[in-house]
Design a binder for this molecule. Sequence first.
Ligand code: ATP
Ligand code: MG
Length: 391
Amino acid sequence: MEKLTIHILLVEDSASDAYLLHRIFLHAHQEQWEMLHVERLSEAIEASRDSTSTLDNSQIVSRSQRRFDLVLLDLSLPDSIGLDTLKEFQAAVPDIPVVVLTGLDDEDLALQALAEGAQDYLVKDQITIQRLVRAIRYAIERSEILNQVRESEERTRQALAKEQELNELKSNFVAMVSHEFRTPMTTIRTAVEILEYNNDKLTNDRRTKYFDRVQNAINQMLHLLDEILFLSKTEVTKLEYNPTLLNLENFCNELIDILQLNAGSQHSIVFTFQGESTQAQMDEDLLNCILTNLISNAIKYSPQNHTIWFDLICKDRLATFQVRDQGMGIPLKDQTRLFQTFYRASNVGVIQGTGLGLTIVKKCVELHGGHIQLESEPNVGTTVTVTLPLQ
Ligand code: ATP
Ligand code: MG
């Protein structure tokens, strides 16, 4: 069986002690060793950090990600003395197991080091091959187990946070549904009552107005139901991503025709296209959902007679969709939370909405492996940019 190489960092300022350990390692044939020797604590920290510097602080570093499997640490070094040496090293490099090297008269210090988290200690004058190999093996194994426990704790913590988030979502959902459905229901009930009891007295114009109100309220509820259904698909089952070959320019032109028809003459949508290729591999329904939501927002949150700009640029294997308006904009404090379910900016006033559109957009963008960016200034306007890979 192939032997696994064990990488050791020896931190020892005494040349003779270091030489002794080298000799012992040379004779320890059960394992394969590789050792780096440094004399100062600062050098030890720097050498250990090299391999893990790209990792996030919260990540648990596995053995394969570390440069060293173990550190043999003398506590008396030129730049640090005693227990502080261990504390400082562990604070800087928390994931590497440490075996402390002490002198004969330092038994107390060794015990304190164990209490501080060292895996073991070796008394320099008493080191034998067997003791050294055993201490190193046990230390590595113990630290692996500790890492696994930490990883499992981290997973449990994440699962709990997810559950908490879901609970929050549920209570938000109940509050929102009772509010968002109650308003159109009340509108319908009032309109129907007026139509039922005052039908003879109503002019044709008034009658049409009440029927329109009923229609609007029903549409509002249907829209809400569609959004909720869509979101539950992304949460409960997996939302399907079915890319097909699309001519993006034609796709956008057709979409704009429909949206312009809905917007009527109160807003004009100006579409421009730049780029070499218009062919893309994307999911038609999801793309439709992204662009419809963004353009509908631009219309909804802009005063009448304002233009909405919609630009498509296909370049460097990316499609960039940009929707720009000169509407009410979004206060800075709200901007980071707009992609959360049900979140609406503080300046929406009486403009209706459920705060689900952008959450849905973000999910659709992620399914395409793209990203979304929003820039906005109150009373100046909003620009949303979605970048998706063409293939
Ligand atoms: P719906 O779920 O019906 O789309 P909504 O429009 O309120 O409701 P989102 O589309 O998710 O929800 O948008 C979230 C919030 O972001 C909006 O409530 C609004 O405050 C703000 N917002 C989004 N787009 C714009 C825009 N173009 N201009 C100004 N505010 C915007
Ligand atoms: Mg919206």
